[in-house]
Design a protein around this ligand. Structure first.
Ligand code: FAD
Ligand code: EPU
Length: 338
């Protein structure tokens, strides 16, 4: 009998089997079982950045390889974490145990092993800042490989390209500076006094803002920001800012400008827009939600509508942040949404 695939969009999607693994050996056994039956596998954390476009014709492996080991040197806490630990629980554990640093990244859903893949980021901080090494299992050989340069950028890393197939992240090594410095550049965090603020206060504020803005997937299915914030060149920016002086924008190191996709979508009048059971979230237009009865095609049709409308109004092409998975595995967004 087919099994329901856990996914935070809460879509009714099924796989031949869904198996939870707690160790590298179980992971390898699962892989062998699948290859002997000629079935594809897909490793998932919590399915919080993934849209299954149809049932998956293979075995879903839920990674729950756990354990947190802490060592230290003069300047850093060195944390080795099982890829199946829950990210937010790790953030809380480190703050509770006086190893602050990850507080801006509180409440991001998903597993620790998924964090490097899209270089998770929020409130002015990205995973990259703490990455020491990523330990990957090569499925065909059972070999463990340590990658120290993840080639991170905004929502990108080497784990989305070079290590996409045949490798599973099994451990993540973090390096957290003992000399803690608060990062208070983003939004409401600017109100804190850097000389007195604590990591706990930042953790609490980030959690409060996130709870107010972002829908809880347990209540309203979603996968966070559906699209990335687009980066445009100075010439296009100069044209747009003349017409829309209030457009939020973030200058980049290379001279280009990142603009807020949520703002662009809202300006198109699409907040709350529904297609079938899917909708543009009414508090955060960058988030597409499942109102309870959506099927994957509703979400895809809505994403199409958003992309086309923003393209027409602003001449900006939105790219999805989330990953699309079809019957046989990952589907490139340009195949699905062009
Ligand atoms: P999954 O969806 O389970 O997996 C994502 C991809 O990685 C899939 O292709 C999967 O096959 C692959 N994968 C998973 N585990 C492994 C592994 N061990 N080895 C190899 N491949 C693997 N993201 C941000 O960056 N910032 C935010 O602020 C943010 N806010 C969010 C808010 C909400 C409400 C939601 C629902 C999502 C949000 N996200 C955010 C997106 C999401 O939380 C992150 O991308 C997270 O890292 C995904 O973790 P996951 O374990 O659920 O990944
Ligand atoms: N905005 C609107 N209307 C909207 C949404 C946003 O006008 O409907 C405006 C806001 O007023 C603000 C700007 O757009 O001026 C940016 O909005 P916000 O601070 O909410 O952040 P975001 O750019 O929409 C990004 C990340 C989030 C991350 C937050 C906080 C991306 C794609 N998304 O969202 O990450 O939590 O910043 O740092 O970069 C995710 O990746 O899944 C995710 C939720």
């Amino acid at each position: 009998m087919k099994k329901l695939i856990p996914n935070t969009f809460n879509l009714p999607v099924y796989a031949n089997d869904v198996i939870t693994v707690n160790s590298i050996q179980q992971l390898l056994d699962c892989y062998e079982q699948a290859t002997s039956k000629n079935l594809p596998i897909l490793v998932l954390g919590e399915g919080s950045n993934t849209l299954f476009t149809e049932d998956f014709g293979g075995i879903i492996i839920i990674n729950r390889i756990k354990a947190i080991t802490v060592t230290e040197n003069e300047h850093y806490w060195l944390i080795k974490v099982g890829a199946g630990e829950i990210w937010h629980q790790l953030v809380r554990y480190l703050i509770d145990n006086n190893m602050p640093g990850l507080e801006n990244l509180a409440l991001i859903p998903g597993c620790v092993g998924s964090a490097p893949i899209q270089n998770i980021g929020a409130y002015g901080v990205e995973f990259e800042k703490f990455s020491d090494y990523i330990e990957l299992l090569e499925l065909a050989t059972g070999k463990l490989i340590r990658v120290t340069d993840g080639k991170y950028s905004y929502r990108e890393s080497i784990f989305k390209s070079q290590y996409l197939e045949g490798f599973v992240i099994v451990h993540v090594g973090l390096k957290i500076a003992k000399q803690w410095q608060p990062i208070l550049d983003y939004g409401e965090l600017k109100n804190f006094d850097p000389s007195t603020v604590t990591a706990r206060a930042i953790f609490d504020k980030v959690s409060e803002v996130r709870r107010a803005k972002l829908p809880d997937p347990k209540v309203l299915g979603n996968a966070g920001s559906f699209f990335k914030n687009p980066v445009i060149d100075q010439i296009q920016y100069d044209i747009l800012i003349k017409c829309y002086p209030s457009m939020p924008s973030y200058p980049q190191a290379n001279g280009c400008i990142k603009v807020a996709a949520g703002w662009l979508i809202e300006q198109c009048g699409l907040k709350g827009k529904k297609v079938g059971g899917a909708a543009v979230h009414d508090k955060q237009a960058l988030v597409l939600v499942n109102n309870g009865n959506a099927i994957a095609q509703d979400v895809i049709d809505l994403a199409h509508l958003v992309i086309n409308t923003v393209q027409q109004k602003f001449n900006i092409s939105l790219s999805p942040e989330i990953r699309f998975i079809g019957k046989h595995g990952e589907i490139k967004p340009n195949v699905l949404l062009s």
